[in-house]
Design a protein around this ligand. Structure first.
Ligand SMILES: [Zn+2]
Length: 252
């Protein structure tokens, strides 16, 4: 019996931080300037339509000025070399621009708009959306068009496929977690339960006083690399390549 090993990579803001994309949370995070309720709450966004669009327009237009970093390119390369599922919380398109063929964006895609009236999703690239003039190309709605980014209190339809990918990991498979503390998606709790090869790359450990259940902790992983993602590519590639290549069959 042969089993093609499966590599699952789960990434967060730390992956794109080295490309100059500001993180949403934390010191100087984008949400420091606005309350989450103003720009990222599904229940209230229509009251703040102008601000919501201004906020995401700025993020989207800024995409034109940033480029993938070496870690984006390594993940895209893994997808060519191994059976790889790339799952990201990031809404930027840097993995795609690095050559990734398929990416599960569990929190949506910044370059897309979505119409809540007819369900259409379409790409507008790194351009601004003018809520006064622009309309849904399918039904003409203007009021109910939002960035295709998952807001708080909004269903995240890709959480299902994400959980399936984690749940299917067997003892010979590999989980790589990059650039997330597990505050939003509890990847630490997930990693703790999984019996596979596991490696974490984060800038630094979660400080004990900030730790809540679900967050990442070194005890959940076989290997831990604390450094910027773009500077971890060499060692991470060695670790993952060794795990993906190791012979585990019985007999010869
Ligand atoms: Zn529509």
């Amino acid at each position: 019996m042969s089993h093609e090993r499966h590599l699952v990579v789960f990434s967060g803001a730390g992956l794109s931080a080295d490309s100059g994309i500001a993180t949403f949370r934390g010191a100087r995070g984008l949400w420091e300037e606005h309350s989450i309720d103003e720009v990222c709450n599904f229940e209230t966004w229509e009251r703040n339509r102008e601000l919501v669009h201004r906020f995401y327009n700025a993020r989207r237009v800024a995409l034109a000025g940033v480029a993938p970093n070496p870690m984006h390119r390594l993940l895209a390369d893994w997808q060519r070399r191994f059976r790889t599922t790339l799952i990201t919380q990031n809404i930027d398109d840097l993995l795609e621009r690095a050559g990734a063929m398929e990416v599960l964006h569990v929190h949506g895609v910044l370059t897309e708009m979505r119409c809540l009236d007819c369900g259409s999703v379409w790409d507008i690239g790194a351009t601004a959306w003018d809520p006064a003039r622009d309309r849904c190309p399918d039904c003409g709605s203007g009021e109910r068009v939002k960035p295709n980014v998952v807001f708080f209190n909004e269903p995240a339809p890709l959480y299902g496929p994400m959980s399936e990918a984690f749940g299917a990991l067997g003892p010979d498979d590999v989980l790589v977690v990059i650039g997330t503390d597990g505050a939003v998606v509890p990847i630490g709790a997930m990693a703790e339960r999984l019996r596979c090869h596991k490696v974490l790359n984060n800038l630094e450990p979660v400080e004990p006083e900030h730790f809540v259940p679900g967050m990442v902790h070194p005890r959940q992983f076989d290997r831990v690399l604390y450094r910027p993602a773009a500077k971890a590519t060499g060692e991470l590639d060695e670790i993952v390549t060794a795990w993906m290549a190791a012979w585990s069959g019985s007999g010869l």
